[in-house]
Design a binder for this molecule. Structure first.
Ligand code: SIN
Length: 483
């Protein structure tokens, strides 16, 4: 198990020797201590990335592709130990962790193959004495800051395109889940990523601002890619303005999920189960507000309640677990606050509605999968992401009304709707103010598709060829006096 900083090709303790605890959310037991990086470590990492940049940028895209393909193969070789590590530090059921490793390897493969297609352009010049050419060049040193909900996939989705584009990287994994990220970096080292090209500095919650702040002030760091809360994204945007860095911000959401009167209700229930209960609802694109048309509301709720009530809650070590523990005590407190507020304002818990503690789910961080009816816009869960296994259901009567409600949020990451009316499908898909739209589908994220939001859910895209663009500059060359 890797627990140290990886800087300039060396695994090393924090400069001042500090460490922090990594705990298993299933029972809060200590897994290990990890190096607690600080400003000095962050500086060393940026130094190493700056030194390694010219040679890595100069390597051919094909060379970089082959190294990334090797990294992919090693990740695929180690599915089992990596999945076990995710489940241990993050809590998700083992089957989901295996899926996350496959998803991560898929991003490495995708960007290995996209990197060799980062073509420029030749533009027809208006006069024959000139040639206009456009090159795509690596932006430089990139700082990558990742969340705890997908500790492997978010590292892969940011680091693979950065490396494919010819950038070097300094990374700070989430404080709750540094071990998976460190294990992936170890495999990158084994794949032949040269010293200094990829550096990682884990840090505790207290020291994270020190590490990231160092990179934000460093003029050599030319880009920051962050996935996390909108509140932190705003701080990063403000603080990176001093050196005018390129930014990709994948921030919070408040996804609507609309079930129209012409929907296939069984498909809608299955779509909602897939979208909502992945990772116990701790996913940025999880539906946060479910709107059911009044004419199908009761039938939809009955079908959904039957599915949600049957979900098995327990630790990843229990083979039957479908919903694991939440990441930590703060997460469960927030879920509890949202549900209690909703119930106090008139919502009814038709399934769940409280914490769980059973012989199997025997820890402080479990919350019962919950369906609430009678949700209204004045409830906290309507305005703020709950990030847990809670489905609040709002009733609506017209398309206009539900679109207005769906868009009545500063966030705009994902939106979903179920309808079998083709005219409505196009109307609603264009009316939703979100970066991603699931139409009769709950599982929407994919390597080949652009992932990212609008409004306060951020900007920049991950995955697809747009995901590579985020790590490239456009350089225009004008050659004259040709005739
Ligand atoms: C996220 O929650 O930020 C990522 C989810 C995904 O890739 O589907």
């Amino acid at each position: 198990m890797q627990t140290l900083n990886y800087i300039a090709g060396r695994w090393q303790a924090a400069q001042d020797g500090r460490q922090f605890e990594v705990r298993n959310p299933a029972d809060d037991s200590l897994i290990t201590l990890a190096a607690d990086g600080g400003a000095a470590d962050a500086r060393l990492a940026a130094d190493a990335a700056a030194v390694a940049l010219p040679a890595w940028k100069a390597r051919s895209p094909r060379d970089r592709c082959l190294i990334l393909k090797k990294w992919q193969a090693l990740i695929e070789r180690d599915v089992e130990p990596l999945a076990e590590l995710i489940s241990r530090e993050q809590g998700k059921p083992l089957a989901e962790s295996r899926g996350e490793i496959a998803y991560s390897a898929g991003y490495v493969e995708w960007f290995a193959e996209e990197g060799v297609r980062a073509h420029g352009e030749i533009i027809a010049a208006p006069v024959s004495s000139k040639r206009y050419l456009v090159l795509r060049e690596a932006v430089g040193v990139v700082a990558v800051v990742t969340p705890w909900n997908f500790p492997a996939a978010m590292i892969a989705r940011k680091i693979a395109p950065a490396l494919a584009a010819g950038c070097t990287v300094v990374a700070k994994p989430a404080e709750d889940t540094p071990l998976t990220s460190l294990a992936l970096v170890k495999l990158a080292e084994e794949a032949g990523v040269p010293a200094g090209v990829l550096n990682i500095v884990p840090a505790s919650r207290d020291r994270t601002p020190e590490v990231v702040g160092e990179w934000l002030r460093d003029g050599r760091v030319r880009k920051v890619s962050f996935t996390g809360s909108t509140a932190v994204g705003k701080i990063l945007a403000r603080e990176s303005a001093g050196t005018v860095k390129k930014l990709s911000l994948e921030l919070g959401g408040n996804a609507p999920f609309i079930v129209f009167e012409d929907a296939d209700l069984d498909a809608a229930v299955e779509g909602l189960m897939a979208a909502k209960f992945r990772n116990g609802g701790q996913t940025c694109v999880s539906p946060n507000r479910v709107f059911a048309h009044e004419s199908v509301h009761d039938r939809f709720v009955d079908k959904l309640a039957a599915r949600v009530g049957a979900l098995r809650v327990g630790p990843a070590s229990w083979a039957e677990a479908e919903i694991g523990p939440m990441i930590n005590g703060r997460a469960v407190d927030k879920i509890e606050r949202h549900v209690n507020d909703a119930v106090a304002k008139g919502a009814k818990a038709v399934v769940g509605g409280s914490r769980v503690r059973t012989d199997v789910a025997n820890g402080p961080n479990y919350y019962a999968p919950t369906v609430l009816t009678g949700a209204t816009p004045d409830m906290e869960l309507s305005c703020e992401e709950t990030f847990g296994p809670v489905v609040p259901i709002f009733r609506f009567s017209t398309e206009e009304e539900v679109i207005a409600q769906a868009n009545d949020t500063p966030f705009g990451l994902a939106g979903y709707f179920f309808s079998n009316n083709i005219k409505r499908v196009w109307r609603v898909a264009s009316a939703l103010e979100t970066g991603l739209v699931g139409i009769n589908e709950g599982a929407i994220a994919a390597q080949a598709a652009p992932f990212g939001g609008v409004k306060e859910s951020g900007y920049g895209r991950e995955g697809s060829h747009w995901g590579l663009d985020e790590y490239l500059h456009t350089k225009y060359l004008c050659q004259g006096n040709l005739t």
